[in-house]
Write a protein that binds this ligand. Structure first.
Ligand code: ADP
Ligand code: MG
Ligand code: MG
Length: 252
């Protein structure tokens, strides 16, 4: 059993006009095997939270803690965080021309486990995982995200998750831009890893659509840089009906 604890997290982003405070005291604890949905309007700081956990250099933590099984994540480099078991599926996955999916995945796996996976086994694992995500095998030889459609990029994020076997995954709007078939395949992938490995999931979304496929244990309403309310899956239905208006303070 592992625990990811976020305590009173305050984060500023670097802008041309200097640091701008975005997160204003986030408290959130995720245990292995739990699925937490983070729902909130655009600009509320959801991606900032995701990047802060992953260690993006543009985001400065000004107060608070992130602990993985009691270890201070904020003192770790990005690759140390990945080795410790944190995984981020990005809202906008980056293209890496010149690096094939196959090489990228094997390099990532090697970096995380500390040794190159046995080739024959690895090739089989990649093929299986791609098959489950309904990805054409030829994808393995394409450059990472280069010319991929939105749905293909999101499948590739879940493929990484499936192969890298993290303890906790932060999925930043993995549902956005997916058609119904892709949404189902991607959701099945998340559920599969969750069920097989006890993955803890932070599922960031602003639509309830994906929650028909991935059932959250907890729902957190994220507004203006912090958690405004939390509840069970029923809270998502309430948000769908009522929107976020009641959580917003007067316009600034
Ligand atoms: P969300 O993912 O909930 O839509 P973000 O975390 O992307 O929200 O952004 C939160 C706020 O921080 C927004 O007001 C956004 O404009 C601002 N922000 C994020 N990154 C930057 C940046 N690099 N420069 C300026 N403002 C930023
Ligand atoms: Mg569950
Ligand atoms: Mg975002």
């Amino acid at each position: 059993m592992s625990t990811l604890e976020i305590k009173n997290l305050h984060v500023s982003v670097e802008t041309n006009d200097g640091p701008k405070p975005i997160l204003r005291g986030v408290d959130l604890t995720i245990n292995s095997g739990e699925i937490h949905a983070i729902m909130g309007p655009n600009g509320s700081g959801k991606s900032t939270l995701a990047y802060s956990i992953a260690g993006h250099p543009k985001y400065t933590v000004t107060e608070g803690e992130v602990l993985l099984d009691g270890e201070n994540v904020l003192e770790m480099s990005v690759d140390e965080r990945a080795r410790a078991g944190l995984f981020l599926a990005m809202q906008y996955p980056v293209e890496v021309p010149g690096v094939t999916v196959s090489n990228f995945l094997r390099t990532a796996k090697t970096a995380i486990t500390g040794e190159a996976p046995a080739l024959r086994q690895w090739v089989g694992d990649v093929k299986d995982a791609m098959g489950k995500l309904r990805m054409d095998p030829e994808f393995a030889q394409r450059d990472v995200n280069h010319g991929f459609s939105g749905g293909e990029k999101k499948r590739h994020e879940i493929l990484q998750m499936e192969l890298l076997q993290p303890k906790f995954a932060v999925l930043d709007e993995t549902d956005s831009g997916l058609d119904v078939d892709a949404l189902r395949v991607v959701s099945e992938g998340v559920n599969r890893v969750h069920e097989n490995t006890g993955l803890g999931v932070m599922l960031i979304t602003h639509y309830t659509r994906i929650l028909q496929y991935i059932k959250p244990d907890f729902v957190h309403v994220f507004v203006e840089g912090k958690v405004a309310e939390q509840g069970g899956a029923e809270l998502a239905d309430q948000l769908e009906a009522e929107g976020y208006d009641k959580y917003l303070t007067a316009t600034v």
